[in-house]
Ligand binder design. Structure first.
Ligand SMILES: Cc1ncc(C[n+]2csc(CCOP(=O)(O)OP(=O)(O)O)c2C)c(N)n1
Ligand SMILES: [Mg+2]
Length: 329
């Protein structure tokens, strides 16, 4: 299996408006999460997705609701894109009972069976076999579902990742693996952690269909992921993609990101900001600046509502500390 080129797609104005709103919402929720973190309303780890919004939104748009999504710890964007409410996401960050995982999981460990959102894991690369496992279940039951697994460029150096793609290809599982190459694994640039800098090429070693694409424009993301999903769902086997993206914030809230080259971040914000790219696309389709502002205002309200909801929600009851650990408590 070699590399592929995804065919062009026509995206409707309606779809683009929905995607823009989702991306803007992710950014706003993340900005408020950053604020809450500095106020110590959110404790522990908190990895923000700002800059990468187009990836989660474009990818989920190419899926069906029944398809499973598995990701690592930079997950707030994926959770929102998969349909978990901003209230449930924010409350989980605040560690409140009303959160997606009852305030027990926190930032890195959200999940929702209802939304086929299967976490949320802190061990780098350790979650990739779960994506292959979900795809195995899909193939075994013949239910037509695909699984999509997101991992970072750093995770693509992990053994678990390699083992998972070996088996997924051997068994022709309906799985899509997306390496979000955001240039860094904590403070280490991709060039300093891997001889190979296009992680999709790892697929060549196991005979898997693979390719790399720029993932700043949500339409490009949709187009490429849709092509991969069609391939996997039709029974032709898994696909490994590298989505080239960029994170604007540090690795986590405690990282000032001093390792970047001077001007690198500004250049990305100027030339590759996913939100600005969609805004330009919308303007080309005749959407007015007033309409775009109305979406931004609406999103700001929804995010603020989520923040207020999280703040006023109760803490989990201490007697429930051991709930949700074993199937039979
Ligand atoms: C097995 C393991 N090794 C090391 C760590 C510490 N660690 C946490 S995040 C991270 C960087 C991973 O970077 P990447 O996969 O590129 O994801 P990103 O943070 O860029 O989304 C490391 C080394 C860990 N959590 N698990
Ligand atoms: Mg990375």
């Amino acid at each position: 299996m070699g590399e592929a080129v995804a065919p062009e797609v026509v995206v409707s104005r309606e779809d683009l408006l929905v995607w823009y709103e989702q991306m803007a919402l992710i950014r706003r929720v993340e900005e408020l999460a950053a604020k809450a973190y500095t106020l110590r309303k959110i404790l522990g780890f908190c990895h923000l997705y700002i800059g990468q919004e187009a990836v989660a939104v474009g990818a989920v748009a190419a899926l069906e609701p029944k398809d499973q999504l598995i990701t690592a710890y930079r997950l707030h964007g994926h959770a929102l894109a998969k349909g978990i409410s901003p209230r449930a996401v924010m409350a989980e960050l605040f560690g409140k009972e009303t959160g997606a995982t009852h305030g027990i999981g926190g930032s890195m460990h959200m999940a929702s069976k209802e939304h086929e959102f299967w976490g949320g894991y802190g061990i780098v690369g350790g979650h990739v076999p779960l994506g292959a496992g979900a795809a195995f279940a899909n193939k075994y039951s013949g239910d037509g579902r695909v699984s999509i697994t997101f991992l970072g460029d750093g995770a693509a150096q992990q053994g678990a990742f390699y083992e998972a793609i070996c088996m997924a290809q051997l068994w022709k599982l309906p799985a899509i693996f997306v390496v979000e190459n955001n240039y860094y694994a904590m403070g280490t640039s991709l060039e300093r952690q891997s001889f190979l800098t296009d992680m999709s090429k790892r697929g060549a070693g196991v005979g898997m269909m693979h390719w790399q694409f720029e993932a700043f424009d949500v339409v490009d993301v949709y187009r490429n992921i849709k092509h991969a999903v069609d391939h996997a769902r039709s029974g032709q086997g898994p696909v490994l993609l590298e989505a080239v993206t960029y994170r604007y914030r540090g690795h986590s809230m405690s990282d000032p990101a001093k390792y970047r080259a001077e001007g690198e971040l500004d250049t990305h914000k100027k030339e590759h900001d996913g939100l600005k790219i969609v805004e330009n696309r919308l303007r080309d389709l005749g959407v007015s600046d007033d309409e775009i502002k109305a979406i931004k205002d609406r999103v700001a309200e929804v995010a603020k509502d989520a923040y207020d909801f999280a703040e006023s929600s109760p803490e989990p009851d201490a007697t429930k500390l051991y709930d949700y650990i074993y199937a039979e408590p």
